[in-house]
Design a binder for this molecule. Sequence first.
Ligand SMILES: *[C@@H]1O[C@H](CO)[C@@H](O)[C@H](O)[C@H]1NC(C)=O
Ligand SMILES: *[C@@H]1O[C@H](CO)[C@@H](O)[C@H](O)[C@H]1NC(C)=O
Ligand SMILES: *[C@@H]1O[C@H](CO)[C@@H](O)[C@H](O)[C@H]1NC(C)=O
Ligand SMILES: *[C@@H]1O[C@H](CO)[C@@H](O)[C@H](O)[C@H]1NC(C)=O
Length: 418
Amino acid sequence: MAKARLFRLWLVLGSALMILLIIVYWDNVGTAHFYLHTALSRPHSPEPAPTLGQGDDLQLPSEADPLLNKILSPDAETALSRKKTEPPPVLVPSPGARSPMEESVRGYDWSPHDAQSSPDQGQQQAERRRVLQGFCANASLAFPTKERAFEDIPNYELNHLIVDDRHGIIYCYVPKVACTNWKRVMIVLSGSLLERGAPYRDPLAIPREHVHNSSTHLTFNKFWRRYGRFSRHLMKVKLQKYTKFLFVRDPFVRLISAFRSKFQLENDEFYRKFAMPMLRRYANHSSPPASVSQAFRAGLKVTFAHFIQYLLDPHTETLAPFNEHWRQIYRLCHPCQIDYDFVGKLETLDDDAAQLLKLLKVDGRLHFPPSYRNRTASSWEEGWFAGIPLAWRRQLYKLYEADFVLFGYPKPENLLRD
Ligand SMILES: *[C@@H]1O[C@H](CO)[C@@H](O)[C@H](O)[C@H]1NC(C)=O
Ligand SMILES: *[C@@H]1O[C@H](CO)[C@@H](O)[C@H](O)[C@H]1NC(C)=O
Ligand SMILES: *[C@@H]1O[C@H](CO)[C@@H](O)[C@H](O)[C@H]1NC(C)=O
Ligand SMILES: *[C@@H]1O[C@H](CO)[C@@H](O)[C@H](O)[C@H]1NC(C)=O
Protein backbone atom coordinates (compact mmCIF):
# COMPACT_ATOMS: atom_id res chain seq x y z
CA MET A 1 0.00 0.00 0.00
CA ALA A 2 2.60 2.52 1.18
CA LYS A 3 4.97 1.19 -1.45
CA ALA A 4 2.44 1.86 -4.18
CA ARG A 5 1.95 5.40 -2.94
CA LEU A 6 5.70 5.95 -2.78
CA PHE A 7 6.02 4.64 -6.32
CA ARG A 8 3.35 7.04 -7.54
CA LEU A 9 5.12 9.91 -5.82
CA TRP A 10 8.33 9.00 -7.62
CA LEU A 11 6.45 8.86 -10.86
CA VAL A 12 5.10 12.37 -10.37
CA LEU A 13 8.49 13.70 -9.31
CA GLY A 14 10.12 12.00 -12.28
CA SER A 15 7.68 13.55 -14.73
CA ALA A 16 8.15 16.97 -13.21
CA LEU A 17 11.91 16.61 -13.50
CA MET A 18 11.64 15.57 -17.10
CA ILE A 19 9.50 18.56 -18.01
CA LEU A 20 11.99 20.78 -16.23
CA LEU A 21 14.80 19.18 -18.23
CA ILE A 22 12.98 19.85 -21.46
CA ILE A 23 12.44 23.47 -20.57
CA VAL A 24 16.09 23.92 -19.69
CA TYR A 25 17.11 22.07 -22.82
CA TRP A 26 14.99 24.29 -24.98
CA ASP A 27 16.21 27.43 -23.41
CA ASN A 28 19.71 26.30 -24.29
CA VAL A 29 18.75 25.56 -27.86
CA GLY A 30 17.16 28.97 -28.01
CA THR A 31 20.43 30.59 -27.00
CA ALA A 32 22.42 28.43 -29.37
CA HIS A 33 19.96 29.34 -32.02
CA PHE A 34 20.81 33.02 -31.78
CA TYR A 35 24.44 32.12 -32.05
CA LEU A 36 23.68 29.98 -35.06
CA HIS A 37 21.80 32.78 -36.61
CA THR A 38 24.74 35.08 -36.62
CA ALA A 39 27.11 32.31 -37.58
CA LEU A 40 25.09 31.48 -40.65
CA SER A 41 24.31 34.90 -41.88
CA ARG A 42 27.78 36.31 -42.37
CA PRO A 43 26.53 38.29 -45.27
CA HIS A 44 29.61 38.97 -47.35
CA SER A 45 31.48 35.72 -47.07
CA PRO A 46 32.57 34.56 -50.52
CA GLU A 47 31.44 31.03 -49.69
CA PRO A 48 28.09 31.81 -48.20
CA ALA A 49 26.86 28.25 -47.76
CA PRO A 50 29.14 26.37 -45.43
CA THR A 51 29.45 22.66 -46.04
CA LEU A 52 28.40 20.38 -43.27
CA GLY A 53 31.68 19.82 -41.50
CA GLN A 54 32.56 17.80 -38.46
CA GLY A 55 31.87 19.48 -35.20
CA ASP A 56 31.01 22.86 -36.55
CA ASP A 57 28.11 24.73 -35.12
CA LEU A 58 25.79 23.77 -37.92
CA GLN A 59 25.62 20.30 -36.49
CA LEU A 60 23.98 21.40 -33.32
CA PRO A 61 20.29 20.99 -33.96
CA SER A 62 20.59 17.69 -35.79
CA GLU A 63 22.58 16.33 -32.88
CA ALA A 64 20.46 17.92 -30.25
CA ASP A 65 17.29 16.43 -31.61
CA PRO A 66 18.45 12.83 -31.43
CA LEU A 67 19.64 13.57 -27.89
CA LEU A 68 16.14 14.57 -27.03
CA ASN A 69 14.89 11.53 -28.87
CA LYS A 70 16.95 9.34 -26.60
CA ILE A 71 15.51 10.91 -23.50
CA LEU A 72 11.98 10.79 -24.72
CA SER A 73 11.39 7.57 -26.54
CA PRO A 74 12.69 4.05 -25.99
CA ASP A 75 12.81 3.13 -29.66
CA ALA A 76 14.46 6.36 -30.67
CA GLU A 77 17.86 4.71 -30.80
CA THR A 78 16.81 2.38 -33.55
CA ALA A 79 15.16 5.21 -35.42
CA LEU A 80 18.36 7.16 -35.12
CA SER A 81 20.61 4.43 -36.39
CA ARG A 82 18.22 3.80 -39.24
CA LYS A 83 18.49 7.43 -40.14
CA LYS A 84 22.26 7.37 -39.97
CA THR A 85 22.65 4.36 -42.25
CA GLU A 86 20.23 5.65 -44.84
CA PRO A 87 22.24 6.53 -47.92
CA PRO A 88 21.83 10.07 -49.16
CA PRO A 89 19.40 10.18 -52.07
CA VAL A 90 21.12 9.82 -55.40
CA LEU A 91 20.15 12.84 -57.37
CA VAL A 92 20.42 13.57 -61.02
CA PRO A 93 21.33 17.21 -61.43
CA SER A 94 18.41 18.56 -63.34
CA PRO A 95 18.27 22.19 -64.34
CA GLY A 96 15.04 21.66 -66.25
CA ALA A 97 13.25 20.52 -63.14
CA ARG A 98 9.99 22.20 -64.01
CA SER A 99 7.93 21.36 -67.00
CA PRO A 100 7.49 24.23 -69.43
CA MET A 101 3.71 23.82 -69.28
CA GLU A 102 3.60 24.32 -65.54
CA GLU A 103 5.90 27.27 -65.87
CA SER A 104 3.71 29.08 -68.33
CA VAL A 105 0.64 28.53 -66.20
CA ARG A 106 2.47 29.86 -63.22
CA GLY A 107 3.72 32.74 -65.31
CA TYR A 108 0.17 33.54 -66.19
CA ASP A 109 -0.86 33.44 -62.60
CA TRP A 110 1.94 35.21 -60.86
CA SER A 111 0.64 38.60 -61.63
CA PRO A 112 0.31 41.55 -59.32
CA HIS A 113 -3.36 41.79 -58.50
CA ASP A 114 -3.56 44.92 -56.43
CA ALA A 115 0.14 45.64 -56.44
CA GLN A 116 0.49 48.84 -54.51
CA SER A 117 4.01 49.48 -53.39
CA SER A 118 4.06 50.50 -49.79
CA PRO A 119 6.55 53.09 -48.61
CA ASP A 120 7.03 51.31 -45.33
CA GLN A 121 7.10 47.53 -45.46
CA GLY A 122 7.41 47.16 -41.73
CA GLN A 123 4.23 49.11 -41.32
CA GLN A 124 2.56 46.93 -43.92
CA GLN A 125 3.44 43.79 -41.95
CA ALA A 126 2.18 45.37 -38.76
CA GLU A 127 -1.09 46.20 -40.49
CA ARG A 128 -1.55 42.68 -41.89
CA ARG A 129 -0.93 41.17 -38.49
CA ARG A 130 -3.20 43.68 -36.79
CA VAL A 131 -6.08 42.76 -39.12
CA LEU A 132 -5.43 39.06 -38.66
CA GLN A 133 -5.21 39.23 -34.87
CA GLY A 134 -8.19 41.59 -34.75
CA PHE A 135 -10.50 39.21 -36.57
CA CYS A 136 -9.21 36.23 -34.63
CA ALA A 137 -9.96 38.02 -31.38
CA ASN A 138 -13.32 39.64 -32.05
CA ALA A 139 -16.69 38.15 -32.88
CA SER A 140 -17.28 40.00 -36.16
CA LEU A 141 -16.05 37.01 -38.15
CA ALA A 142 -17.15 33.44 -37.46
CA PHE A 143 -15.84 30.33 -39.18
CA PRO A 144 -15.47 26.65 -38.24
CA THR A 145 -12.51 25.79 -35.96
CA LYS A 146 -11.94 29.45 -35.12
CA GLU A 147 -12.21 28.85 -31.37
CA ARG A 148 -10.30 25.58 -31.39
CA ALA A 149 -7.17 25.45 -29.21
CA PHE A 150 -3.83 24.51 -30.75
CA GLU A 151 -3.82 21.34 -28.63
CA ASP A 152 -7.02 20.21 -30.30
CA ILE A 153 -5.78 20.45 -33.87
CA PRO A 154 -5.33 16.89 -35.07
CA ASN A 155 -1.83 15.92 -36.16
CA TYR A 156 -2.78 15.32 -39.77
CA GLU A 157 -3.89 18.94 -40.01
CA LEU A 158 -0.38 20.07 -39.06
CA ASN A 159 1.20 18.58 -42.17
CA HIS A 160 1.72 21.95 -43.84
CA LEU A 161 4.02 23.37 -41.19
CA ILE A 162 7.62 22.89 -42.31
CA VAL A 163 10.26 23.32 -39.60
CA ASP A 164 13.85 24.44 -40.02
CA ASP A 165 15.61 23.87 -36.70
CA ARG A 166 18.87 25.33 -37.95
CA HIS A 167 17.62 28.85 -38.35
CA GLY A 168 14.52 28.60 -36.22
CA ILE A 169 11.97 29.04 -38.99
CA ILE A 170 8.52 27.59 -39.49
CA TYR A 171 6.84 27.94 -42.88
CA CYS A 172 3.24 27.03 -43.54
CA TYR A 173 2.95 26.22 -47.20
CA VAL A 174 -0.14 27.05 -49.18
CA PRO A 175 -0.36 25.39 -52.59
CA LYS A 176 -0.78 27.82 -55.49
CA VAL A 177 0.99 30.54 -53.54
CA ALA A 178 4.62 30.26 -54.65
CA CYS A 179 4.97 27.25 -52.38
CA THR A 180 7.36 25.41 -54.69
CA ASN A 181 9.91 28.16 -54.42
CA TRP A 182 9.47 28.62 -50.67
CA LYS A 183 9.86 24.89 -50.18
CA ARG A 184 13.08 25.12 -52.18
CA VAL A 185 14.27 27.88 -49.88
CA MET A 186 13.42 25.78 -46.82
CA ILE A 187 15.39 22.85 -48.23
CA VAL A 188 18.46 25.03 -48.78
CA LEU A 189 18.19 26.61 -45.34
CA SER A 190 17.65 23.41 -43.40
CA GLY A 191 20.13 21.42 -45.48
CA SER A 192 17.57 18.64 -45.49
CA LEU A 193 18.46 17.33 -48.94
CA LEU A 194 21.88 16.37 -50.17
CA GLU A 195 23.33 16.24 -53.63
CA ARG A 196 26.41 14.01 -53.75
CA GLY A 197 26.90 14.42 -50.03
CA ALA A 198 26.56 18.21 -49.87
CA PRO A 199 23.42 20.18 -49.13
CA TYR A 200 21.88 22.13 -51.97
CA ARG A 201 22.83 25.80 -52.09
CA ASP A 202 20.87 26.94 -55.09
CA PRO A 203 17.10 26.67 -54.62
CA LEU A 204 16.52 26.28 -58.35
CA ALA A 205 18.93 23.33 -58.60
CA ILE A 206 16.62 21.10 -56.56
CA PRO A 207 14.60 18.77 -58.76
CA ARG A 208 10.91 19.46 -58.60
CA GLU A 209 9.91 15.93 -57.57
CA HIS A 210 12.06 16.23 -54.46
CA VAL A 211 10.64 19.63 -53.60
CA HIS A 212 7.12 18.24 -53.34
CA ASN A 213 8.03 14.89 -51.79
CA SER A 214 6.83 15.19 -48.22
CA SER A 215 9.67 13.02 -46.94
CA THR A 216 12.06 15.85 -47.86
CA HIS A 217 10.59 18.13 -45.20
CA LEU A 218 10.30 17.98 -41.43
CA THR A 219 6.69 18.87 -40.71
CA PHE A 220 4.81 19.10 -37.42
CA ASN A 221 2.68 16.05 -38.16
CA LYS A 222 5.85 13.93 -38.03
CA PHE A 223 6.67 15.01 -34.48
CA TRP A 224 4.34 12.49 -32.97
CA ARG A 225 6.36 9.57 -34.26
CA ARG A 226 9.59 11.15 -33.03
CA TYR A 227 8.63 12.56 -29.69
CA GLY A 228 5.46 10.75 -28.70
CA ARG A 229 3.35 12.47 -26.11
CA PHE A 230 5.86 15.29 -25.73
CA SER A 231 5.38 16.34 -29.33
CA ARG A 232 2.74 18.99 -28.65
CA HIS A 233 4.84 20.56 -25.97
CA LEU A 234 7.82 20.70 -28.33
CA MET A 235 5.70 22.20 -31.09
CA LYS A 236 4.52 24.90 -28.73
CA VAL A 237 8.05 25.71 -27.67
CA LYS A 238 9.15 25.94 -31.28
CA LEU A 239 6.15 28.07 -32.16
CA GLN A 240 7.17 30.41 -29.38
CA LYS A 241 10.84 30.65 -30.33
CA TYR A 242 10.89 30.37 -34.10
CA THR A 243 9.97 32.85 -36.80
CA LYS A 244 6.75 31.73 -38.44
CA PHE A 245 5.60 32.79 -41.88
CA LEU A 246 3.13 32.01 -44.61
CA PHE A 247 2.20 33.39 -48.01
CA VAL A 248 -1.38 34.03 -49.02
CA ARG A 249 -3.24 35.09 -52.13
CA ASP A 250 -6.61 36.37 -53.23
CA PRO A 251 -8.82 33.31 -52.57
CA PHE A 252 -10.78 33.41 -55.85
CA VAL A 253 -7.65 33.91 -57.92
CA ARG A 254 -6.09 30.98 -56.09
CA LEU A 255 -9.08 28.83 -57.10
CA ILE A 256 -8.69 29.84 -60.74
CA SER A 257 -5.02 29.02 -60.53
CA ALA A 258 -5.77 25.60 -59.02
CA PHE A 259 -8.34 24.87 -61.70
CA ARG A 260 -5.98 25.84 -64.49
CA SER A 261 -3.06 23.78 -63.31
CA LYS A 262 -4.98 20.69 -62.21
CA PHE A 263 -7.78 20.43 -64.77
CA GLN A 264 -6.71 22.33 -67.87
CA LEU A 265 -3.38 20.58 -68.07
CA GLU A 266 -3.26 16.82 -68.48
CA ASN A 267 -2.95 15.56 -64.93
CA ASP A 268 -3.90 11.94 -64.60
CA GLU A 269 -4.01 11.88 -60.83
CA PHE A 270 -6.39 14.81 -60.60
CA TYR A 271 -8.40 13.55 -63.52
CA ARG A 272 -9.05 10.18 -61.87
CA LYS A 273 -9.54 11.49 -58.38
CA PHE A 274 -11.58 14.60 -59.05
CA ALA A 275 -12.50 15.18 -62.70
CA MET A 276 -14.10 11.77 -63.26
CA PRO A 277 -16.47 12.09 -60.29
CA MET A 278 -17.29 15.65 -61.38
CA LEU A 279 -18.11 14.49 -64.90
CA ARG A 280 -20.35 11.76 -63.52
CA ARG A 281 -22.08 13.94 -61.02
CA TYR A 282 -22.38 17.29 -62.75
CA ALA A 283 -22.07 16.56 -66.47
CA ASN A 284 -24.38 13.55 -66.54
CA HIS A 285 -21.59 11.42 -67.93
CA SER A 286 -22.17 7.91 -66.68
CA SER A 287 -18.88 6.45 -67.92
CA PRO A 288 -16.18 9.06 -68.55
CA PRO A 289 -12.94 7.90 -70.27
CA ALA A 290 -10.52 6.07 -67.99
CA SER A 291 -7.51 8.35 -68.53
CA VAL A 292 -6.99 12.05 -68.93
CA SER A 293 -5.35 11.73 -72.33
CA GLN A 294 -8.36 9.83 -73.67
CA ALA A 295 -10.70 12.40 -72.20
CA PHE A 296 -8.76 15.33 -73.65
CA ARG A 297 -8.61 13.65 -77.04
CA ALA A 298 -12.37 13.28 -76.93
CA GLY A 299 -12.62 16.97 -76.07
CA LEU A 300 -13.96 16.19 -72.63
CA LYS A 301 -12.85 18.50 -69.79
CA VAL A 302 -14.49 19.60 -66.61
CA THR A 303 -15.43 23.25 -66.75
CA PHE A 304 -14.77 25.92 -64.16
CA ALA A 305 -18.51 25.77 -63.40
CA HIS A 306 -18.25 22.04 -62.64
CA PHE A 307 -15.37 22.80 -60.33
CA ILE A 308 -17.33 25.47 -58.47
CA GLN A 309 -20.29 23.12 -58.25
CA TYR A 310 -18.01 20.49 -56.77
CA LEU A 311 -16.73 22.95 -54.15
CA LEU A 312 -20.27 23.97 -53.19
CA ASP A 313 -21.70 20.46 -53.14
CA PRO A 314 -22.26 19.45 -49.48
CA HIS A 315 -21.62 15.87 -50.59
CA THR A 316 -17.99 16.66 -51.47
CA GLU A 317 -16.57 16.94 -47.99
CA THR A 318 -18.55 14.00 -46.67
CA LEU A 319 -16.08 11.87 -48.66
CA ALA A 320 -12.80 13.66 -47.90
CA PRO A 321 -11.61 17.11 -46.86
CA PHE A 322 -10.89 19.53 -49.70
CA ASN A 323 -7.67 18.81 -51.54
CA GLU A 324 -4.87 21.10 -50.38
CA HIS A 325 -4.90 23.02 -53.66
CA TRP A 326 -8.33 24.41 -52.89
CA ARG A 327 -8.59 23.95 -49.14
CA GLN A 328 -9.06 27.25 -47.35
CA ILE A 329 -5.85 28.79 -46.07
CA TYR A 330 -7.25 29.04 -42.56
CA ARG A 331 -7.67 25.27 -42.57
CA LEU A 332 -4.14 24.66 -43.81
CA CYS A 333 -2.30 27.11 -41.57
CA HIS A 334 -4.48 27.78 -38.49
CA PRO A 335 -3.80 31.52 -38.38
CA CYS A 336 -5.86 32.04 -35.22
CA GLN A 337 -3.94 29.33 -33.35
CA ILE A 338 -0.48 30.18 -34.66
CA ASP A 339 0.76 33.73 -34.27
CA TYR A 340 2.53 34.27 -37.60
CA ASP A 341 5.37 36.77 -37.54
CA PHE A 342 5.20 37.43 -41.24
CA VAL A 343 2.26 37.31 -43.64
CA GLY A 344 3.46 37.51 -47.22
CA LYS A 345 1.23 38.00 -50.23
CA LEU A 346 1.66 36.67 -53.72
CA GLU A 347 0.49 40.01 -55.04
CA THR A 348 3.61 41.60 -53.58
CA LEU A 349 5.78 38.50 -53.74
CA ASP A 350 9.12 39.98 -54.77
CA ASP A 351 9.11 42.75 -52.18
CA ASP A 352 7.78 40.49 -49.46
CA ALA A 353 10.32 37.77 -50.23
CA ALA A 354 13.23 40.19 -50.04
CA GLN A 355 11.92 41.66 -46.80
CA LEU A 356 11.37 38.22 -45.27
CA LEU A 357 14.82 36.88 -46.16
CA LYS A 358 16.31 39.96 -44.56
CA LEU A 359 14.17 39.47 -41.47
CA LEU A 360 15.36 35.85 -41.28
CA LYS A 361 18.94 37.11 -41.70
CA VAL A 362 19.60 34.79 -44.61
CA ASP A 363 19.51 37.35 -47.41
CA GLY A 364 23.27 36.98 -47.79
CA ARG A 365 22.97 33.28 -48.41
CA LEU A 366 20.28 33.04 -51.05
CA HIS A 367 17.88 34.96 -53.20
CA PHE A 368 14.28 34.12 -53.71
CA PRO A 369 13.91 32.60 -57.18
CA PRO A 370 12.56 35.26 -59.54
CA SER A 371 8.95 34.98 -60.56
CA TYR A 372 7.23 35.61 -63.81
CA ARG A 373 5.23 38.74 -64.22
CA ASN A 374 2.48 38.44 -66.73
CA ARG A 375 -0.86 40.10 -67.15
CA THR A 376 -2.62 42.13 -64.49
CA ALA A 377 -5.51 40.41 -62.92
CA SER A 378 -8.87 42.02 -62.24
CA SER A 379 -10.00 41.81 -65.84
CA TRP A 380 -9.60 38.08 -66.10
CA GLU A 381 -11.11 37.22 -62.75
CA GLU A 382 -14.39 38.63 -64.06
CA GLY A 383 -13.94 36.64 -67.23
CA TRP A 384 -13.61 33.39 -65.34
CA PHE A 385 -16.66 34.04 -63.20
CA ALA A 386 -18.81 35.34 -66.07
CA GLY A 387 -20.40 31.92 -66.61
CA ILE A 388 -20.97 31.23 -62.93
CA PRO A 389 -24.48 31.92 -61.58
CA LEU A 390 -24.68 34.74 -59.07
CA ALA A 391 -26.09 32.47 -56.36
CA TRP A 392 -23.08 30.19 -56.69
CA ARG A 393 -20.64 33.08 -56.53
CA ARG A 394 -22.21 34.26 -53.30
CA GLN A 395 -22.09 30.78 -51.80
CA LEU A 396 -18.50 30.47 -52.90
CA TYR A 397 -17.65 33.76 -51.23
CA LYS A 398 -19.22 32.47 -48.00
CA LEU A 399 -17.11 29.33 -48.26
CA TYR A 400 -13.89 31.34 -48.57
CA GLU A 401 -14.94 34.41 -46.60
CA ALA A 402 -12.60 33.73 -43.69
CA ASP A 403 -9.60 33.75 -46.04
CA PHE A 404 -10.73 37.03 -47.61
CA VAL A 405 -11.29 38.73 -44.27
CA LEU A 406 -8.39 37.38 -42.22
CA PHE A 407 -5.84 38.26 -44.87
CA GLY A 408 -7.30 41.62 -45.79
CA TYR A 409 -8.60 40.88 -49.29
CA PRO A 410 -11.52 43.12 -50.13
CA LYS A 411 -14.84 41.44 -50.78
CA PRO A 412 -15.13 41.13 -54.60
CA GLU A 413 -18.30 43.21 -54.82
CA ASN A 414 -18.15 43.35 -58.61
CA LEU A 415 -18.67 39.58 -58.73
CA LEU A 416 -21.33 39.42 -56.04
CA ARG A 417 -23.74 42.16 -57.17
CA ASP A 418 -26.78 41.59 -59.41
C1 LIG B 1 1.54 35.79 -70.75
O1 LIG B 1 0.28 35.15 -70.79
C2 LIG B 1 -0.25 34.97 -72.07
C3 LIG B 1 -1.62 34.34 -71.93
O2 LIG B 1 -1.61 33.20 -71.13
C4 LIG B 1 0.71 34.10 -72.91
O3 LIG B 1 0.20 33.96 -74.20
C5 LIG B 1 2.09 34.76 -72.94
O4 LIG B 1 2.99 33.93 -73.61
C6 LIG B 1 2.59 35.02 -71.54
N1 LIG B 1 3.85 35.74 -71.57
C7 LIG B 1 4.90 35.36 -70.87
C8 LIG B 1 6.10 36.22 -70.99
O5 LIG B 1 4.90 34.37 -70.16
C1 LIG C 1 -12.87 43.31 -35.38
O1 LIG C 1 -11.51 43.48 -35.73
C2 LIG C 1 -11.30 44.04 -37.02
C3 LIG C 1 -9.81 44.02 -37.29
O2 LIG C 1 -9.08 44.59 -36.28
C4 LIG C 1 -11.87 45.44 -37.05
O3 LIG C 1 -11.70 46.00 -38.33
C5 LIG C 1 -13.37 45.36 -36.74
O4 LIG C 1 -13.91 46.65 -36.67
C6 LIG C 1 -13.59 44.66 -35.41
N1 LIG C 1 -15.03 44.46 -35.21
C7 LIG C 1 -15.61 44.64 -34.06
C8 LIG C 1 -17.08 44.39 -34.02
O5 LIG C 1 -14.98 44.98 -33.08
C1 LIG D 1 9.99 10.45 -51.68
O1 LIG D 1 11.28 10.27 -51.20
C2 LIG D 1 11.48 9.03 -50.54
C3 LIG D 1 12.87 9.03 -49.92
O2 LIG D 1 13.79 9.69 -50.72
C4 LIG D 1 11.28 7.90 -51.55
O3 LIG D 1 11.46 6.66 -50.91
C5 LIG D 1 9.88 7.99 -52.11
O4 LIG D 1 9.69 7.03 -53.11
C6 LIG D 1 9.62 9.37 -52.70
N1 LIG D 1 8.24 9.48 -53.06
C7 LIG D 1 7.85 9.90 -54.26
C8 LIG D 1 6.38 9.97 -54.49
O5 LIG D 1 8.64 10.23 -55.13
C1 LIG E 1 -28.58 12.26 -68.53
O1 LIG E 1 -28.31 11.24 -69.48
C2 LIG E 1 -29.36 10.32 -69.63
C3 LIG E 1 -28.92 9.22 -70.58
O2 LIG E 1 -27.60 9.37 -71.00
C4 LIG E 1 -30.59 11.04 -70.17
O3 LIG E 1 -31.68 10.13 -70.30
C5 LIG E 1 -30.99 12.15 -69.20
O4 LIG E 1 -32.06 12.88 -69.73
C6 LIG E 1 -29.80 13.07 -68.97
N1 LIG E 1 -30.12 14.05 -67.93
C7 LIG E 1 -29.84 15.32 -68.05
C8 LIG E 1 -30.25 16.18 -66.89
O5 LIG E 1 -29.26 15.79 -68.99
